[in-house]
Design a protein around this ligand. Structure first.
Ligand code: ADP
Ligand code: ZN
Ligand code: ZN
Length: 742
């Protein structure tokens, strides 16, 4: 409809001769275009791209951002409306930022205005001034005269002593609360003051002692140091091989040239340990965190500081890739294979891939590090687009982990554990070591079953079973959040013989507390860590040896360093081996390797037990015998033979709606009669979860020979979808380079 109106009359009006000016404005509206507005009267001072304006839009007034000044428009004069007010004199975003946004919108097939507004912190979207606030800093004063009784207060005080001046938001990000801060302030152990607004390059900092690099690390650091302009390095190093040490060296070189750095970490990787390691190395250097728990004001402040060069380094999750650094000199993506770098709704960008774009545009080095690189990145490294740097050996132990596959076929298992597994666990515990058990399923049991008729507890609104949570005595759907009471009788046959089927982390922890009576258990999953600071507390308990058995979901898998874990048990390996998602084996291998990497990090080699019904599976065998590096290269040849990414290029059209027929009709209409060359269409197919919260979910897979063919095709398809009669009755989205078919 929109396009039609714009095309009625192509009246080109030239404004160059008169005093009026035209601006192209991006608005936060789900329309695939920008809007031209007039600038009248006394506003005709020097307008720069990147300033915010208030404009009329229909009957509303919206905040927009000027993208460009124009000299002509295709709109008729009488339809042109004028900018009502300018919010900023100085641009709040640079032209480089606008370029990044334009690229991002085009690449991910997302409306430009929406893309721009998704990237900005909320406070700027709402029209707040850039220098709205002052940031509050904390520092420790004299040592307490009497020992501090509160454990948390003591920890906070120690943190401040060790790390020096720290912004309040960082302290809170690390799990401390306002009341703990207030308590210390009351005892005059802590100072609160405003951060000085001076460039970080004028502040004092000091490099702390660092270990001597080993041969592999030195080679990697030398290669990075020698790089000129843009180069992308894939640092493939087994867990504990000293990748972080390589980052720290590379960062040191960049910081010394007075350039800023961005370190991207997965959502869950932002642990106090990681942060402290960076801050300790560069003592006194302004290093700031960026993560999903910041308030709007805190985000605004980090945004402003990165732009005004007041901070040297940001350690941040996904969306920190948009921060407007004044002098960015390096980007590091740690655990680059991690799927939390890809946003799974709205603007479905991949922070690692945008990092590659940004680094290339700026002509700066990019380091992607992982023990288990994504097959995409590995492919680039093998084809020499990226430089491959390898760390084969663990930095502190000589020995690699030993794997054992336990064949579960015909085994009588207790709560999912084979007897041999339980025996190995007991042996390890008796030696005073910790055991970690990993299962990616929280709750007590994944479903309830009726012993008489086979009824299974399922969600009415999703194609999923409901998980039995014993502690709260409820059935919870992990997909739509629906919660209901446990039925006393089977809804189908009336039997009272209803029992849990399968195991979840809650059940395992309960089982251990009776089976291994002498050894304390701790469970780490979303249910036990919901409260702020709970995860940090649990990690503390583990570090202090207060727990011997650690049970958890993938929260436990990532990044943490547990020196005393000598045995890792992984249950339920099999779901990754036979899945409809072609990435399932890659993800399974990454998970196994990452979880295993938690074992044997100091001294003795760790042991890893994998329970499986398919001990002879070739990919599993390859992984266990030859490691992820070998597995990944083998998996790549399989992808190539099957014409799958990274050898082809994939996009997904997802559609969902209450009415099955409409969803299907919409997707079917997208499949053309004629085949396009270089494009393969598959679908409509049901999503792996066909129904969530009462909505049917179907998808279309688009696979292309080349990226340009894919993007050309998607652009056409998008125009078509925008004008389709069902476009507003079916919720649809485009996912370019999807990593999760869900
Ligand atoms: P990764 O990031 O690959 O998991 P880390 O950088 O965390 O590995 O290193 C693992 C452990 O080895 C850490 O405790 C680290 O301090 C130590 N380490 C790393 N490099 C060296 C080195 N060159 N000399 C001594 N210890 C090192
Ligand atoms: Zn029944
Ligand atoms: Zn549900």
């Amino acid at each position: 409809m929109f396009l039609a109106a714009g095309l009625v009359k192509l009246a080109l009006i030239r404004f160059t001769d008169c005093i009026m000016k035209l601006v192209e404005v991006a608005l936060k509206v789900p329309l695939d275009r920008t809007f031209d507005y007039l600038v009248e009267g006394d506003h005709t001072h020097d307008i720069l791209p990147g300033v915010r304006v208030i404009v009329p839009f229909g009957k509303r007034k919206l905040i927009g951002i000027v993208l460009a000044l124009k000299s002509s428009t295709s709109l008729e004069t009488e339809k042109l409306r004028a900018v009502e007010a300018f919010i900023d004199v100085k641009p709040i975003v640079s032209t480089a930022f606008i370029h990044l946004i334009r690229f991002c919108a085009k690449y991910y097939c997302y409306p430009l205005g929406d893309t721009l507004f998704s990237a900005l912190p909320a406070a700027l979207r709402q029209g707040e001034p850039l220098d709205k606030l002052v940031i509050h800093m904390l520092s420790a004063t004299n040592a307490p005269t009497t020992p501090l009784r509160g454990k948390k207060q003591r920890a906070l005080f120690d943190y401040l002593v060790e790390n020096g001046n720290s912004p309040v938001c960082e302290i809170k990000a690390l799990g401390f609360t306002q009341s703990q801060i207030d308590a210390l302030e009351k005892k005059t152990l802590l100072n609160r003051f405003t951060a000085p607004s001076i460039p970080w390059t004028e502040q004092l900092w000091q490099l702390s002692q660092k270990p001597r690099l080993n041969q592999e690390q030195a080679t990697a650091c030398a290669a990075i140091k020698q790089s000129e302009l843009f180069s992308c390095f894939l640092l493939e190093g087994v867990t504990g091989s000293g990748k972080t040490e390589v980052y720290l060296h590379a960062l040191e070189d960049i910081i010394k040239t007075k350039k800023q750095a961005l370190v991207l970490v997965p959502e869950i990787g932002l642990t106090p340990q990681t942060v402290q390691r960076f801050k300790r190395r560069f003592a006194g250097l302004p290093i700031t965190l960026w993560h999903s728990n910041l308030t709007d004001n805190e985000r605004l402040e980090v945004w402003r500081q990165s732009e005004s060069n007041e901070i040297a380094m940001v350690i941040g999750t996904r969306s920190s890739i948009f921060l407007p650094f004044a002098h960015l000199g390096m980007i590091i993506v740690d655990e680059e294979h991690d799927s939390s770098f890809k946003q799974q709704e709205g603007l479905r960008y991949h922070a690692r891939d945008l990092a590659a774009y940004r680094a290339a545009k700026l002509g700066i080095p990019l380091i992607l590090g992982s023990a288990t690189p994504a097959l995409e990145s590995l492919h680039h490294a093998i084809s020499k687009k990226y430089h491959l740097l390898t760390l084969q050996h663990r930095a502190q132990t000589a020995s690699a982990n030993q794997f054992a596959l336990v064949d579960m076929k015909g085994q009588i298992a207790q709560q999912g554990f084979a007897n041999t597994t339980l025996n190995s666990m007991l042996d390890t515990l008796k030696r005073g070591k910790q055991v970690m058990v990993f299962l990616n399923r929280r709750g007590f049991a994944p479903t309830l079953i009726c012993h008489e008729c086979g009824w299974l507890s399922g969600c009415n609104r999703c194609t999923a079973s409901t998980t039995y949570h014993k502690a709260i005595a409820q059935l919870v759907c992990h997909h739509c959040g629906d919660i209901r009471a446990i039925p006393k009788q089977c809804p189908d046959c009336g039997s009272t013989q209803i029992m849990p089927a399968g195991v979840g982390t809650e059940q395992i922890a309960e089982f251990f507390s009776t089976y291994f009576v002498d050894y304390p258990v701790i469970r780490i999953d979303r249910d036990t860590t919901r409260k702020k600071g709970a995860l940090e507390d649990a990690l503390d308990v583990i570090h202090q040896g207060g727990a011997k058995l650690l049970v958890g979901t993938q929260m436990l898998a990532k990044g943490h360093h547990f020196p005393d874990v000598a045995l890792v048990v992984i249950l339920d390996v099999d779901s990754g081996l036979y899945s409809s998602d072609f990435r399932a084996t890659e993800h399974m291998a990454q998970l196994i390797t990452q979880v295993s990497g938690r074992a044997g990090r100091s001294g003795e080699p760790g042991k890893v037990i994998l329970q499986t019904h398919f001990p002879d599976h070739p990919l599993l065998q390859d992984l266990v015998n030859n490691g992820y590096q070998d597995f990944a290269r083998f998996a790549l040849t399989e992808r190539q033979e099957a014409d799958l990414p990274p050898y082809t290029y994939l996009a997904l059209i997802r559609a969902q709606g209450q009415k099955f027929e409409l969803v299907m009709q919409f997707l079917r209409d997208l499949v053309p009669e004629q085949r396009s060359s270089g494009i393969q269409l598959l679908g409509p197919l049901p999503a792996p979860m066909e129904k969530i919260a009462g909505k049917y979910r179907y998808q279309l897979h688009i696979q292309a020979e080349s990226r340009s063919i894919l993007h050309h095709y998607l652009a056409q398809l998008r125009d078509y979808m925008n004008t389709h009669p069902l476009t507003n009755r079916v919720r649809w989205s485009i996912d370019v380079d999807p990593i999760d078919m869900y």
